[in-house]
Design a protein around this ligand. Structure first.
Ligand code: HEM
Length: 303
């Protein structure tokens, strides 16, 4: 049994009570980037790679969540390092290049080397940093996931992913292999240092913590208005020296009760996205238990 503590602060881990309730601090969780909000595409559900060119001026984006997310990350790295930092023995060179790229973008540097460079970089940005190593193979190139500093996992454990290829990393994601397994591998092998890309993901969760490495074993809330929408903004860059890949993930959480105030178009979009999810994916996204009630509630708001 995993100890989920009920609270409403995205920056407090899932298993900890907030020291200061966010209502006291005046903080309101609202996803601050409209371009990452989910959209309805086509007429049926399909995973999509959905990458777009990344403007490097906006590689990391300063917004109201920047400081509190970094504070959360620093506390996790200092106090729970073995849960948020993980690497394979052969990861140091590529992790160092990835860390230097991030620090260089910020105009900073470090005297640390290897994985510690990546950790130093992760302390300076709100995004999680994950690194793939490029290794020659008969098929051309293998890109195993070899290092990461991950403080906003959406119900997955970093230590279980290290060392694996993309198909294995995404094994719990229903329909991943069928819809986009090959396309993701091609996207990664074709990625070049001068053409960085980004994409986004969405899901619903019944707990607001950005740091949520586990799934609860039963629903945590009763009414869909108590759910949260979680969106991740992800960027991908090929590293010029080692040819590895740096994949960054920035998580955001917003209460559904606030989301619906974005207006009827946002409500309709969410209703359609939830309605379309195949059952296996609804289960993976923890939407299954809430789906019928969520649709009924969203319909009532549109009536
Ligand atoms: C273009 C590239 C990629 C695409 C299209 C993609 C797609 C996805 C999708 C659709 C999900 C499910 C999210 C949800 O429904 O909530 C997912 C989860 C995930 N992705 Fe990716 N991904 C990509 C690259 C990567 C890379 C490079 C990593 C390496 C670290 C990665 C690690 C993960 C992990 C750890 C999960 C959670 C899996 C779990 O629940 O156990 N992804 N990804």
């Amino acid at each position: 049994m995993t100890p989920f503590v009920t609270h409403s602060d995205p920056f407090t881990p899932f298993d900890t009570a907030p020291s200061k309730p966010s209502v006291d601090t005046g903080y309101v969780a609202r996803i601050p980037h409209d371009e990452i909000l989910p959209q309805v595409v086509g007429d049926a559900f399909r995973h999509r790679v959905g990458t777009k060119p990344l403007d490097l001026h906006r590689w990391f984006v300063r917004d109201p969540d920047w400081e509190p997310t970094i504070a959360m990350k620093r506390a996790l790295i200092d106090e729970r390092r073995n849960e948020v930092v993980c690497h394979r023995d052969d990861a140091h060179e590529v992790a160092q290049e990835a860390g230097e790229l991030v620090l260089g973008w910020l105009g900073k540097s470090t005297s640390n080397i290897g994985i510690d460079t990546l950790v130093d970089a992760a302390r300076e940005v709100p995004d999680d940093l994950t690194v793939l190593r490029s290794m020659p193979s008969e098929a051309g190139e293998q890109l195993p996931f070899v290092a990461g500093v991950v403080c906003s996992p959406s119900r997955w454990k970093l230590s279980e992913k290290i060392g694996h290829d993309m198909l294995t990393v995404h094994k719990p994601v229903a329909l991943y292999a069928e819809h986009i397994g090959a396309a993701v591998d091609t996207t990664l092998t074709r990625l070049s240092p001068d053409k960085p890309i980004w994409r986004s993901n969405w899901t619903l969760e019944d707990h607001p913590a950005l740091f949520q490495p586990y799934s609860p074993d039963k629903p945590l809330v009763e009414h869909p208005s108590e759910l949260w929408i979680r969106i991740e903004r992800e960027t991908l860059r090929r590293l010029p020296r080692t040819r590895g890949i740096l994949f960054t993930i920035r998580g955001f959480q917003e209460p559904l009760s606030s989301w619906v105030n974005r207006g009827p178009e946002a409500v309709r979009t969410l209703r359609e996205l939830v309605f379309r999810l195949p059952d296996a994916l609804a289960r993976y996204k923890s939407v299954y238990d809430y789906r019928a009630a969520t649709i009924t509630w969203l319909d009532s708001l549109l009536a």
